[in-house]
Design a protein around this ligand. Structure first.
Ligand code: FPP
Ligand code: MG
Length: 309
């Protein structure tokens, strides 16, 4: 559920832009596309497990970022929708695996029992594997009206963002850092730029690639995404301390319990909020040359810092 109280258009920007309505409208499109993307078929058990987590709700921020960036750069929602769905499949599979007993051993996700709690560990591992592989198949087979070399670039960028150079690498350092509350800021930054930042960056940049953006515009989009990615993680760390499990739809207070170093543990809550705001300001500055067309991405940056779940 999107907390509508937090979604007013930011000061100084077009009051005509209603972020709450925009996010809801885009999420409805994504939801329908995700539902169509994965029909229930034999062997039903694995498709059921994949659908259980893929269709469990969530803000759909990653696909929405991809659609917003593609339309900002002159492309269409239709061109980007298969990639947008694939991004959500990858994000979902990373959460299924992250929640496994071998990793974070979590019982709740998106307000529901985790995948392995419902289907067992064996099927949860396979559901994650199935979603990961299907994401790439889906981009390759479903993308229409986009030159093949752009699709190839999206697949290559996404592969890199997900593998050991991205998400997987960040997760490894995160797991190694558990029980070490005194890790350096450098290590903490590495974890987050890889575990969360790499996929968020891929969302925004792949939207631009599909639309045929120039290299300099892609670099601008990439810097926007890097900044919102790190701000997103700082806010995540703050919410782990300040929000309830009900608000989060998952267990709260886990970082402290796992003796994890977090931005608030290094900087305190107030300085963490200040740093997050600075990153959001820097992200929005990257969008300035794009003018009014960038209002959705700019408003999403503001939403990242004001979100409550
Ligand atoms: C949540 O972090 C976890 C992630 C953002 C990614 C985890 C990545 C993996 C498990 C690698 C998956 C494999 C591939 C191939 C992508 P968190 O535990 O800090 O947040 P949480 O409180 O929401 O669980
Ligand atoms: Mg976790």
């Amino acid at each position: 559920m999107i907390a509508t109280d937090d979604l007013h258009a930011p000061q100084g920007e077009s009051p005509a832009f209603d972020l709450s309505a925009y996010l809801t409208q885009q999420a409805v499109l994504v939801e329908a596309a995700l539902d169509r993307s994965l029909p229930l078929t034999y062997p039903e058990k694995i498709y059921e497990a994949m659908r259980y987590s893929l269709l469990a709700g969530g803000k759909r921020l990653r696909p929405i970022l991809c659609l917003a960036s593609c339309t900002l750069m002159g492309g269409s929602v239709e061109m980007a929708m298969p990639t947008a769905c694939a991004l959500e499949m990858i994000h979902t599979m990373s959460l299924i695996h992250d929640d496994l007993p071998a990793m974070d051993n979590d019982d709740y996700r998106r307000g529901k029992p985790t995948n392995h709690k419902v289907y067992g560990e064996d099927i949860a591992i396979l559901a994650g594997d199935g979603l990961l592989s299907y994401a790439f198949e889906f981009i390759a087979t479903q993308t229409q009206n986009v030159p093949a070399e752009r699709v190839l670039q999206v697949i290559a960028r996404l592969g890199r963002a997900v593998g050991a150079a991205g998400l997987v690498g960040g997760q490894v350092v995160d797991l190694e850092s558990e029980g070490k509350p005194d890790i350096s800021l450098e290590t903490l930054n590495f974890i987050h730029t890889h575990k969360t930042g790499a996929l968020l960056e891929a969302c925004v940049v792949c939207g631009g690639v599909l639309a045929g953006s120039s290299e300099s515009d892609l670099q601008r989009l990439s810097r926007y995404a890097e900044n919102i990615g790190l701000a997103f993680q700082i806010v995540d760390d703050i919410l782990d301390i300040t929000a309830t499990a009900e608000e989060l739809g998952k267990t709260a207070g886990k970082d402290l319990q796992a003796q994890k170093a977090t931005f608030p543990s290094l900087w305190g809550l107030e300085e963490s909020r200040r740093q997050a705001q600075q990153l959001i300001d820097a992200a929005k500055a990257e969008l300035e040359p794009f003018g009014e067309r960038a209002i959705p991405l700019s408003a999403i940056a503001d939403f990242i810092i004001s979100r409550t779940n």
